[in-house]
Write a protein that binds this ligand. Structure first.
Ligand code: MYR
Length: 286
């Protein structure tokens, strides 16, 4: 049986427990404050990042991993594994996936399937966990790839930011939408469309945005079936807990957790960002 490694990058924001449990290999992206560069998850925790944002004079930027980081990892993995599945944040917002792919093509002795999650954060995390579980179940790489491709096409994620200027500055959201948004002080619900961030609907308050996102969740969950849900938060844990409790009360049997908009994604979304991601778990037709 082929031995399969699971690879991702730090923007999946998986917990240490999950990473250790499934032996997931995580390549970090970095946050830069001026000339100081921090690899998220290694040199910079999510908590410290949001604290730094309050006091640092310079606005941070982000960088994808160097190709050498991936080459080194794939060379190491080739000694122990026959195959690997690498799942990365959307290629529409970062060059990480293409760098991973280029590195995979340079290394001999291991076959790497590189998957574009077309999303980020715990939505990407869900895919990595599912791939890792399938590896432990002894599934073949082809089967894992095809299941993850299904998740890529079917997973949902909607979020709302407190301040649109972060997304605008990083160039990850349509500028015309940004101007309309800031003038009217609206809180657009944002989602991924064709690998990129787009406003989904414009609402005036965060409260209304939450109501609408919960309505979208309900549209999928009300018909039954087994779903996994994550409330993703950027330094607004109380708001996330409130949402989590609402979801738990309405759907007591659904698996739901709280996850992070960690440092790299947080540079682009800013503090106060909150969203929900969900998808239907395999082998359950409801
Ligand atoms: C890089 O420097 O390559 C990283 C760029 C990261 C851009 C992040 C843009 C915001 C993504 C929001 C994700 C929301 C997931 C539910």
């Amino acid at each position: 049986m082929a031995k399969i490694a699971v690879v991702t990058d730090s923007t999946a924001y998986l917990t240490k427990d999950i990473i250790e449990k499934y032996h997931i290999h995580v390549v970090p992206l970095a946050v830069n404050f001026g000339t100081r560069s921090y690899r998220e998850g290694l040199d910079l925790s999510t908590e410290d990042f949001y604290d730094m944002l309050k006091v640092e004079q310079e606005l941070p930027t982000t960088s994808q991993p160097a190709i050498g980081d991936f080459v080194k990892l794939y060379e190491e993995l080739a000694k122990e594994y026959d195959e690997a599945i690498a799942i990365h944040l959307s290629s529409g917002i970062s060059g990480t996936m293409n760098t991973s792919l280029a590195a995979a093509n340079m290394v001999e002795g291991i076959h790497v399937e590189v998957i574009d999650s077309e999303i980020a954060c715990y939505a990407q995390g869900f895919m990595v966990i599912e791939a890792a579980q399938m590896v432990t179940e002894g599934k073949k790489l082809e089967e894992i790839k095809s299941r993850i491709e299904w998740v890529v096409k079917n997973i949902k994620a909607y979020f709302v930011v407190d301040d649109l200027s972060h997304l605008h500055r990083g160039g990850r959201l349509n500028a015309a939408q940004m101007i309309v948004g800031s003038i009217l002080k609206i809180k657009p619900i944002i989602y991924f469309q064709d690998k990129k961030l787009e406003p989904f609907e414009k609402v005036r308050t965060k409260k209304k945005a939450f109501e609408r996102i919960l309505q979208l969740l309900d549209g999928d969950l009300k018909n039954g079936g087994k779903f996994k849900v994550s409330v993703i938060q950027g330094n607004v844990i109380e708001e996330a807990e409130e949402l989590l409790n609402k979801i738990k009360e309405t759907y007591p049997n659904v698996e739901v957790n709280i996850s992070d908009f960690g440092p790299v994604i947080g540079v682009h979304t800013g503090p106060g960002t909150i969203g929900i991601t969900w998808y239907r778990v395999a082998n359950d037709t409801g």
